[in-house]
Design a protein around this ligand. Structure first.
Ligand SMILES: C[S@@+](CC[C@H](N)C(=O)[O-])C[C@H]1O[C@@H](n2cnc3c(N)ncnc32)[C@H](O)[C@@H]1O
Length: 397
């Protein structure tokens, strides 16, 4: 629901300052024409030597630094007004999510939550996935006692953090009318492209069903053994009516459309296939965490000067190729009517592939500047991203 921005920020601040009920907050994204010092700030309430503090975990894309603040209005107001576009505040009974749009308006969504305040200094984050959920045992993330296996901690964390983004993004898309309100008759449809062992696919299904959201989930992977294994697990869990797996190449999938397309580390251009399928089938929300990148790397023969100073170092050339690939994917999504953000979805210690492209279909007409920038970058570097050729509605050349 759109409301006055100052009021919305004040409400977020008052929820953070309410030490009786505040649990955690996350600030991410950047408001138009503003710069922020960190890509993401996680805030929680901790008790240090008998006094309550707000603990800020500030991630700049490479490292996380921790800072403790007194819970004072001035400090919190300054932080909330420093340029972040997405603010999620979770209290013991409610989650308050605020998004500041390009035009500076505020969109707010509140949702019931049941969270506990845990003020221990080394408190772990509130889990979204119950480690005792049988699906975690079946997919091999938890052991028979329901404990997360040490070797699967990183995957568990990736999936949890992915869901932490899925939930508010879905609610915001429903509130803004981009996605219909899911009902039993008309459930939400989610497709996971390149689902592999389906950790995320099952997690999204279980999390949404437990949150009371009727959903139909499809997992697609080229490997028949993945399909068979995943369908067997779905049978064991008794959830085959709402989750199905197919062994198909993403670019040739028989699935016709979904409201939400997700992809976690679909290899190389399988990520482009996933984005292209989602766009061509008019998916409303895309959450895509890319994997390795080779398409643009292979095309960069001679870097336009003065970039040769960077590409002469193999490692730098590779990283620049990664940046170009994901930046151009984001730009292409803008050109076909999506609002796009590029965010870090999990700390770099859990996977170096921790970038996520989050895109919501708004059907906004692209600015000429965006078209020109895309054409100029690709011309300068002499590259044509594979995604460009796969988007049926793109019309820029
Ligand atoms: C790195 S794994 C990630 C699996 C899973 N999403 C996860 O995060 O655990 C990539 C998966 O993409 C699948 N894949 C690669 N290219 C594909 C394609 N063109 N079509 C369908 N699946 C593909 C692979 O078989 C593999 O299971």
């Amino acid at each position: 629901m759109p409301i006055n921005r100052e009021e919305a920020l004040k409400e977020a601040a008052s929820r953070i300052l309410n030490t009786q009920s505040f649990v955690r907050a996350v600030l991410s994204g950047r408001r138009r024409n503003m710069t922020v010092e960190f890509e993401r700030v996680d805030i929680r309430l901790v008790e240090i030597r008998g006094a309550l503090h707000l603990q800020l975990m500030q991630n700049d894309g490479r490292a996380t630094t921790t800072k403790n603040l007194q819970p004072l209005a001035l400090e919190v107001d300054q932080l909330l007004n420093s340029g972040y576009a997405n603010i999620l505040v979770e209290s013991t009974d409610e989650a308050y999510s605020l998004r500041i749009t390009k035009s500076g308006d505020a969109q707010v969504h509140t949702e019931e939550r049941r969270l506990e305040q845990k003020l221990a200094h080394d408190k772990k984050k509130e889990r979204l996935l119950d480690s005792n959920d049988p699906f975690l045992r079946e997919v091999g993330i938890a052991d028979a006692k329901g404990l997360i296996k040490p070797s699967r901690q990183d995957k568990y964390k990736q999936v949890e953090e992915f869901l932490r983004i899925l939930s508010p993004a879905l609610n915001a898309a429903i509130d803004a009318g981009h996605i219909h309100k899911p009902t039993v008759q008309n459930p939400l449809r989610i497709t996971d492209l390149g689902c592999g062992h389906a950790y995320l696919t099952f997690a999204a299904h279980q999390f949404l069903i437990k949150s009371g959201i009727p959903v139909i989930v499809t997992g697609i992977d080229i490997r028949p053994d993945s399909r068979d294994r995943n369908n067997t697990i779905a049978e064991k869990l008794g959830i085959t009516k709402t989750i199905t797996f197919k062994a198909e190449e993403i670019s040739k999938t028989t699935s016709d459309s979904a409201d939400i397309a997700i992809a976690l580390h679909a290899c190389d251009t399988a990520t482009d296939d996933a984005i292209a399928w989602a766009v061509n089938s008019q998916a409303k929300l895309l959450l895509i965490a890319p994997c390795c990148h080779h398409d643009i790397q292979k095309q960069i023969e001679l870097a336009p000067e003065p970039w040769g100073a960077i590409t002469k170092f193999g490692l730098m050339k590779e990283r620049l190729g990664d940046l170009l690939t994901d930046s151009l994917r984001a730009q292409l999504l803008r050109l076909v009517g999506y609002r796009v953000e590029v965010i870090e979805f999990v700390g770099g210690e859990h996977t170096p592939r921790n970038l996520m492209i989050r895109a919501v279909k708004t059907d906004a007409k692209p600015d000429q500047l965006d078209i020109d920038r895309y054409l100029e970058i690709t011309a300068q570097w002499g590259i044509t991203p594979v995604l460009e050729k796969k988007l049926s509605t793109l019309n820029i050349r």
